[in-house]
Design a protein around this ligand. Structure first.
Ligand SMILES: Nc1ncnc2c1ncn2[C@@H]1O[C@H](COP(=O)(O)OP(=O)(O)OP(=O)(O)O)[C@@H](O)[C@H]1O
Ligand SMILES: [Mg+2]
Length: 289
């Protein structure tokens, strides 16, 4: 049990970029986040999505093995919109992305892509038939392969190597930084270029929906901005729908059209990204004061 004196010992595990005196411990965040939970209704969540949702999750109960992590999750996102999940460590944010892609045990509920029920469709089919791509975070490039070969790996589900090569070519036309290094091993890339390669590899399949887990993790600030600019371009100029998890709640909410706060496997709050950003409780818990 924590004694009364422990209150004065600041534990520096927090969110956002406020000063140390505004940082709450993980336990404090959990408790306080539970307390502010508003459990938004299905109608509220539905109302945040523009038009007919391209992806619709209703009553999702899911986890790993027999362990239930997500309890009755609803989520709606319109075509060409972006949605950012924030919340404390272990809340189940990544598990939502995993469930959409097909990496979890789904115990109840439904996931729909446009008109198709895809609840238990496996990841390869999700990618090939539904155009849902999951962007692996951190260190998923093959360091000894060239940048170009790494991109070709993104087309492993395409039988036609011509189509893969053409898709890689489109990536090089778009991103000079990668084109300049196409024949070099991926290990020479900077952290930001590596993240760009991870995102681009998913683009080879021309997905409609990008699932992105913590795009800013481990990057220096200038690369963080670059990654968000790239995601912004993919959303606004190429019509991609983006569902992301972001530990940097401020960046994530500034970027996204819709924000969900996930706490203990439930949606505790939801709103337009800007509205959550301006919410004092969200600020206190996730934005560092
Ligand atoms: N492959 C797995 N097998 C078993 N349990 C898992 C697995 N992956 C995650 N978990 C558990 O599921 C819970 C939710 O984890 P999840 O990774 O979804 O949290 P998160 O909100 O993404 O947290 P973080 O901010 O730390 O990334 C945690 O208790 C975690 O231990
Ligand atoms: Mg996670």
């Amino acid at each position: 049990m924590a004694g009364p004196d422990d209150k004065n010992q600041k534990v520096v595990h927090g969110y956002g970029d406020g000063g140390v005196d505004t940082v709450l411990s993980v336990d404090e965040v959990h408790e306080a986040a539970d307390a502010i939970s508003q459990r938004p209704s299905r109608e509220t969540l539905r109302g945040l999505a523009d038009g007919e949702p391209v992806l619709r999750i209703e009553g999702l109960v899911a986890g790993y093995g027999r362990m239930e992590i997500l309890h009755d999750i609803d989520l709606y996102v319109g075509k060409g919109q972006s949605l950012c999940l924030i919340g404390p460590n272990g809340a189940g944010k990544s598990t939502i992305l995993h469930s959409i892609y097909g990496f979890t045990q789904i115990m109840d509920g439904e996931i729909r892509f446009e008109d198709r029920v895809v609840t238990r469709v496996n990841p390869n089919k999700k990618l090939k038939e539904c155009g849902i791509a999951y962007i692996l975070q951190d260190n998923s490039v093959f360091p000894d392969m060239t940048v170009e070969e790494n991109l070709w790996m993104g087309g492993f589900l395409l039988n036609k190597s011509d189509a893969t090569r053409a898709a890689a070519e489109r990536v090089f036309e778009k991103y000079d930084r990668l084109a300049a290094r196409r024949n070099q091993p991926a290990r020479v890339l900077s952290g930001g270029e590596r993240r760009l390669l991870e995102i681009s590899r998913a683009l080879v399949m021309d997905p409609a929906i990008l699932l992105v887990d913590e795009p800013s993790i481990g990057l220096e600030p200038r690369f963080i901005n670059m990654v968000f600019e790239i995601l912004h371009d993919l959303q606004h100029n190429e019509g991609k729908t983006i569902i992301m998890v972001e530990q940097n709640a401020k960046k994530g909410l500034e970027y996204a059209d819709i924000g969900y706060v996930l706490v203990s496997g439930e949606v505790a709050m939801a709103g337009k990204g800007d509205d959550l950003l301006a919410d004092p409780e969200v600020g206190r818990l996730f934005l560092g004061g």
